[in-house]
Ligand binder design. Structure first.
Ligand code: PLP
Length: 389
């Protein structure tokens, strides 16, 4: 059976560059904090990888900011949110602005801050667009942090974070802006400075790197003004922000994957974009609804709703044909939460439960989409439809 992987927003296959670099890094077992030659060897790998990821983020000038390696995107999001909020000694500013369709790494951190007495305002994301006027109504001097994702992991909506962050800074220059760019990194072109982001999260396993490695970009402004504190205490690695001996092998894999992706970024974006367009055209002959953002969309995510067939049922049918897709984000499929992102497209709980996410990488081909269409068609013909309550 041919294997067709169309779940690249959940995770991606490891690229050859990352694999080779990691195998070779296994020879250096030193602790990068040690001062002897084994330590220096490991530290060199760490510094080189940091530069590779920074360079993929278009941070060319070391004076612009730093990169903190973490154990995943979730950890980087948590450091950004809790670290910036708890850095404030005087709590005159108490308001945090985010959206109603963030990844659980942000949404659950926000819930915790609400329990701690912060006011959290969640902007709506109707049809995959954040309304600037709605943002203007809530953005004032009492705002401490604005945290908005770049690309929605369920619908592929590409939010105009630059416009929102720029406006936030015009109202309050020292407001902290954080962008969860886990689904945007190496899928759209940006630099943290260009989008007015003080803090920005990325994750290795979404760009053909290994699982268990993420990073947080921290601007030099934040470092200078000490607007971020560590949320974990320990030996002070990663500029004091993420204690714990670094996962050198994983970090080397991240650096190699970022370097390889950055080299062919334009080409990869073009490839994913044309495949996504092809998928829309090909699947439009089927009885499915497309949940396409009204504004900009990332090139790699397509969300569809099936006519009264549970996504889980279709997922198993496709999997039996060798095709991997997802019923939403990989994390939300654990918690069975009803997607706020899909509600924003006017979907009921029932229809959200019948939605599939198809997510591409540059490794996919037109043949993959043709096979998906064929298997989906067969599934639509044979699977049992559930009745709307
Ligand atoms: N943020 C977004 C938008 C994501 O899609 C994900 C993972 O799916 C994460 C954060 C969490 O990243 P990680 O799996 O590295 O913890």
């Amino acid at each position: 059976m041919e294997k067709i992987y169309l779940d690249n927003s959940a995770t991606t296959a490891l690229c050859e560059e990352a694999k080779e670099a990691m195998i070779s890094a296994m020879e250096s077992f030193g602790n990068p904090s040690s001062l002897h030659y084994e330590g220096l060897k490991a530290n060199k790998l760490l510094c080189e990888s940091r530069q590779k990821v920074l360079s993929a983020l278009c941070v060319k000038d070391p004076k612009d900011g730093e990169l903190i390696f973490t154990s995943c995107g979730t950890e980087a999001d948590n450091i950004a949110v809790f670290g910036s909020v708890y850095a404030k000694k005087r709590r005159a500013a108490n308001r945090i602005i985010t959206t109603n369709s963030e990844h659980p790494a942000i949404e659950n951190a926000m819930k915790k801050l609400e329990e701690d007495g912060f006011e959290v305002i969640r902007l709506s994301t109707r049809d995959g667009v954040i309304d600037l006027e709605e943002f203007k109504n809530v953005m004032n001097d009492s705002v401490l942090l604005v945290s908005i994702m770049m690309v929605n992991n369920e619908t592929g909506a590409y939010y105009d974070v630059k416009r929102l962050f720029k406006y936030a800074k015009s109202v309050k220059p020292d407001v902290i802006t954080h962008c969860d760019a886990v689904q945007g990194f190496m899928k759209v072109k940006f630099s943290p400075k260009e989008i007015y982001a003080d803090l920005l999260t990325v994750s290795a396993h979404k760009i053909h790197g290994p699982k268990g490695v993420g990073a947080l970009y921290v601007s030099s402004d934040i470092l200078r003004k000490k607007q971020l504190v560590p949320i974990m205490q320990g030996g002070g690695q990663e500029h004091l922000f993420r204690s714990g001996t670094e996962n050198i092998i994983g970090i080397v894999g991240f650096g190699a994957a970022a370097e390889a992706s950055a080299v062919s970024l334009s080409e990869n974006i073009e490839k994913m974009d044309s495949l996504r367009k092809y998928a829309i055209q090909k699947l439009s002959s089927l009885d499915v609804r497309f949940n396409i953002p009204k504004g900009a969309a990332a090139p790699h995510i397509l969300n569809i709703t099936l006519p009264s067939i549970k996504s889980e049922t279709m997922l198993h049918h496709l999997s039996a044909d060798g095709i991997c897709v997802s019923s939403g984000s990989a994390c939300s499929s654990h918690s069975h939460h009803i997607s706020a992102s899909l509600h924003g497209f006017g979907l009921s709980d029932f229809d959200s439960d019948c939605s599939l996410r198809i997510s591409l990488s540059e490794y996919n081909t037109i043949d993959d989409i043709d096979c998906l269409e064929k298997s989906l068609k067969a599934g639509l013909d044979k699977l049992v439809r559930i009745r709307k309550k």
